[in-house]
Design a protein around this ligand. Structure first.
Ligand SMILES: C[S@@+](CC[C@H](N)C(=O)[O-])C[C@H]1O[C@@H](n2cnc3c(N)ncnc32)[C@H](O)[C@@H]1O
Length: 184
């Protein structure tokens, strides 16, 4: 019983932490605009996909990709409950490819939040995102400060540059490392 209580306490604290410190609108408001096509790489159950769907509005589009079927099913339910299902295109990918070749040159903004350190092929993932973006399209990578070491973050940035990105900024986020990349 005590363990169950702790699980719920942890869950609520985590949800509050995310809403307060990682609010999608606060982090993304300078980058995600109405009518945009955005890509949420490793979307999980859609914390950022739902936030971005509100930001892009009825004429916008959010493509949400994850390799876990269960998280994509959870995202579909959450999107339907929020009345955002029509703006969100959930996709299951494999651990070797995002399977987004059909998006080449169509995406305005891409996000990989707490994903790159999990990826089996991070350089490949970055090349796929680079192809999907429009010229000058932006890609924000955020890695958890408590998981990704400085050397891993540096390797991520190097792989992004090798994929053809230019580093535009290192946004300041509470406890996390972030890099804003631009397709050049
Ligand atoms: C820590 S969760 C973050 C989820 C979400 N971005 C968020 O901030 O709530 C990492 C997610 O990345 C997904 N993932 C890991 N490697 C991936 C890959 N190569 N392609 C797509 N998704 C991947 C996992 O399945 C998991 O849902």
């Amino acid at each position: 019983m005590a363990g169950k209580t702790c699980w719920w306490v942890d869950y609520i604290i985590y949800k509050l932490f995310r809403r307060f410190f990682q609010h999608p609108r606060r982090i993304l408001r300078d980058h995600v605009k109405r009518g945009m096509t955005v890509l949420d790489v490793g979307c999980g159950s859609g914390f950022f996909s739902l936030g971005m769907a509100k930001m892009v509005g009825v004429k916008g589009r959010v493509i949400s990709v994850d390799l876990q079927t269960e998280t994509i099913e959870s995202l579909k339910k959450r999107a339907a409950r929020a009345g955002l299902r029509e703006r969100i295109e959930p996709r299951v990918c494999s651990d070797r490819t995002l399977e987004i070749d059909d998006l080449a040159g169509q995406v305005d903004f891409a996000l990989a939040f707490y994903v790159v350190h999990h990826a089996a092929d991070a350089p490949g993932l970055m090349m796929e995102v680079h192809r999907a973006l429009k010229p000058e399209g932006k890609f924000l990578i955020v890695e958890p400060g408590h998981h990704a070491s400085a050397a891993e973050c540096e390797a991520t940035e190097t792989a992004a540059q090798q994929a053809g990105f230019t580093v535009a900024d290192h946004p300041k986020l509470t406890r996390d490392w972030a890099v804003m990349l631009v397709k050049s």
